[in-house]
Design a protein around this ligand. Structure first.
Ligand code: HEM
Length: 224
């Protein structure tokens, strides 16, 4: 195996860890709500109304894990049937994650240091966008428009992995200052993480659309 293969594997391994980062606390939360030991600080909103957060976490785990397979060119090439099977499951999970996120944003009673007005409105916007992007991607693939399908799934995934970037920024902030980010600053960090991911997504989409790039040809031949 040559050096660039190793680098590619390390980058991909890092990416998997990045996607799985926010899923682990989610699994801990499910464990706690199922009557297990508390491995995380208490979430009174989850205790008061566990169903939406349970649905959100299960849907996010399914969505995050399946997307890792769906975006892998090697996996699509080798297991096209599985790609086609996982696609609708990932789409339903993505829709459920976005819809339950929207529900909690509106109906959970947050203290303002955890969700101020900017984060409330932005979550409504970004959750709706994620839901809409998955629908557009489904419609595109039904119409065999692979490039639109790819672009909107990348955008939806960027919103989904906003949870990873937020966790990453949050952990970094705690290590740097010894305190959790709260209030308006927390709102700004959460919103900034989503905007950052969307900017990266746009770069990836544009790279894939450049004429003659291998990725666009591969995705055409494999998915269509
Ligand atoms: C699909 C990717 C997503 C993942 C992996 C994810 C992850 C999580 C996890 C693990 C929790 C549980 C936190 C806890 O136990 O305290 C959570 C809660 C929550 N998520 Fe998401 N999320 C995702 C998408 C979204 C989206 C798009 C929105 C915006 C509408 C959203 C809004 C929320 C809200 C409002 C809560 C409740 C937070 C609380 O009660 O403190 N999530 N998310």
């Amino acid at each position: 195996m040559n050096g660039s293969n190793w680098i590619g594997r390390i980058i991909f391994g890092g990416f998997i860890l990045f996607v799985l980062l926010p899923l682990l606390p989610g699994v801990f939360r499910v464990f706690k709500l199922a009557g297990g030991r508390a491995l995380l600080p208490d979430n009174p909103r989850a205790n008061a109304a566990p169903f939406p957060i349970l649905l959100h976490i299960v849907a996010s785990v399914v969505y995050g894990v399946l997307c890792l397979f769906q975006f892998s060119t090697r996996f699509r090439k080798k297991h096209l049937n599985l790609h086609r099977l996982f696609g609708p499951i990932a789409a339903i999970a993505g829709l459920a994650a976005a819809a339950s996120g929207l529900w909690m944003t509106h109906f959970y009673s947050f203290p303002t240091n955890l969700q101020g007005a900017p984060l409330y409105w932005f979550r409504l916007l970004i959750g709706t966008a994620m839901f809409g992007f998955v629908i557009i991607a489904i419609r595109a693939i039904i119409g065999r428009d692979v490039m639109t399908h790819r672009a909107y799934l990348i955008r939806a995934f960027a919103i989904g992995t906003g949870a990873s970037t937020q966790a990453f920024f949050g952990i970094f902030w705690i290590i740097a200052t010894g305190e959790e980010a709260l209030g308006t600053f927390r709102d700004a960090v959460m919103i900034g993480a989503w905007l950052f991911n969307l900017a990266v997504a746009e770069c990836i989409i544009r790279r894939g659309q450049k004429p003659g790039r291998k990725t666009s040809h591969r995705s055409r031949s494999v998915v269509a």
